[in-house]
Write a protein that binds this ligand. Structure first.
Ligand code: SF4
Length: 455
């Protein structure tokens, strides 16, 4: 791949994390590989100490820590000529320069009347917000491009259909203190911020994110939530989410992770985030050091489409994986975005290449104004059927419906059990061929076509 430029960045290079490349990710994107370690030059016998490098030499020897794809760099030069490559690679600069107004968006995209009117009509939570990095991935001319559909509002958001709810998963009714959802005895969801780098137009927490100035929980609210977890010994699993928890600065994340880690009953900490996909610059060596310090918590990354798998994202995921952070993806099935086997196959294959295990494929939750995104369940099953057996098992996510009203995640599989013949179970394989499995004492039966019909 030749479409990369390396740039200065806001962090000093040379951490041990940078010096431990993974063969897989760096083979795929060789330009993101750190410079090989060189043997120090031989020191002449008469001058045991090498001369101190001049500032000019220091600058010349500088090894940048971030890549910028050619596409991103072209966007930066065109729309942010005042910004250096170092600015571009500063995640705070990206956050500050998110596209937030109609005028800003119109400068970079040719908007349709539908998009323009949707933006003008919008009020309340789930504003639109797009990082310059992500804006560079949007097709300025094509309103039907998958990524653009997920980030730019359309009038479909104002259509309400039967069964839609503001809080379809009933999270608000299971919240013992602000910011915590405690539904299952051993797990809690810790919503530490309402801020996201990019606001997904199908967000399950559309009622919360981006509201009230995108504020994070106040320190005393985080203290209350931590106190609840500390006082509830059956909680062994904490999912830190939001909004996007990586919107918090390093110090606050360090503090929260440290407090959770100090609780002996909390065995498992996960971070749910979309930042590696929409703001990969957030995955700084400093952040990775913090994660490593706290035992490299698991990370569920929200990916939507293979177009998100850029060299920048590969580098961010390589950093996390090299630091021992187990990576899994979560993807929402979206009409016109990723609801076909070919797109999903490209996505899951691309994820495996950057060491992210495709974990969940979600049926889109029936949030208010989501009908234009929702697909029939049969489409999701068709996609799973198009993957299972046709590709690496690790590439196949679990397809789930998060049951409305708080029923939890219910997995869905195509029907591979056809029936019984005597003692044999009759099974259908991925290619449609039938096989008999001897199951003499088995009671398993194929599901009746309509279990409600005999009730
Ligand atoms: S990143 Fe997550 S929380 Fe934020 S808008 Fe997207 S789906 Fe919602």
């Amino acid at each position: 791949m030749r479409d990369l430029v390396l740039s200065d960045d806001a962090e000093p290079p040379g951490s041990s994390l940078e010096a431990a490349p993974s063969a897989t990710a760096y083979d795929l994107f060789p330009e993101i590989a750190p410079a090989p370690l060189r043997s120090p030059p031989r020191t002449p016998a008469r001058s045991p100490r090498p001369p101190t490098p001049t500032p000019h030499q220091k600058k010349k020897n500088y090894v940048p820590s971030f890549v910028i794809s050619e596409r991103s760099d072209a966007y930066r030069r065109r729309f942010h000529p005042e910004a250096s490559a170092r600015d571009w690679n500063d995640w705070r600069w990206q956050q500050r320069h998110r596209l937030r107004t109609l005028d800003e968006l119109e400068r970079v995209l040719v908007l349709t009347d539908d998009e323009r009117e949707a933006i003008a009509r919008h009020s309340g939570p789930l504003p639109f917000g797009i990082t310059p990095y992500y804006a560079a991935l949007l097709d300025p001319e094509n309103p039907a491009q998958g990524l653009r559909l997920t980030a730019v509002p359309t009038l479909g958001e104002f259509v309400r259909t039967a069964g839609e709810e503001l809080d379809p998963l009933g999270e608000d009714s299971s919240s013992p203190v602000p910011g915590l959802v405690h539904r299952y005895p051993d797990r809690v969801l810790f919503l530490v911020t309402g801020l996201c780098a990019v606001y997904c137009r199908y967000c399950t927490r559309a009622r919360l994110v981006g509201a009230t100035g995108e504020g994070s929980l106040k320190k005393h609210q985080i203290e209350d939530a931590l106190a609840y977890i500390a006082a509830t010994p059956q909680i062994r699993d904490v999912l830190i989410s939001g909004g996007d928890p990586l919107s918090l600065d390093d110090e606050r994340l360090d503090w929260i992770l440290g407090r959770l880690r100090a609780m002996p009953h909390v065995e498992f900490v996960r971070i749910g985030t979309k930042n590696p996909a929409v703001l990969p610059q957030r995955i700084t060596p400093a952040l990775v050091r913090i994660l490593k310090k706290h035992g490299s918590p698991w990370m569920s990354i929200h990916f939507t489409h293979p177009d998100e798998l850029t060299p920048e994202v590969a580098q961010a995921c390589a950093r996390l994986a090299d630091a021992g952070v187990p990576l899994g993806s979560q993807t929402v099935l979206l009409r016109g975005v990723n609801d076909d086997v070919a797109t999903m196959r490209r996505l899951v294959h691309g994820l495996l290449k950057i060491r992210v295990k495709p974990y969940y494929l979600y049926q889109c939750d029936p949030i208010a104004g989501s009908s234009h995104f929702r697909t029939p369940v049969a489409r999701g099953l068709e996609i799973i059927e198009g993957l299972r057996g046709h590709t690496t098992g690790y590439a196949v996510p679990t397809y789930v419906i998060d049951a409305p009203g708080g029923g939890g995640k219910i997995p869905l599989l195509p029907d591979y059990v056809v029936g019984r013949t005597g003692d044999d179970l009759v099974l259908r394989n991925y290619a449609g061929r039938l096989f008999h499995y001897p199951d003499p004492d088995g009671t398993f039966r194929a599901s009746p076509a309509d279990p409600c019909a005999s009730a």
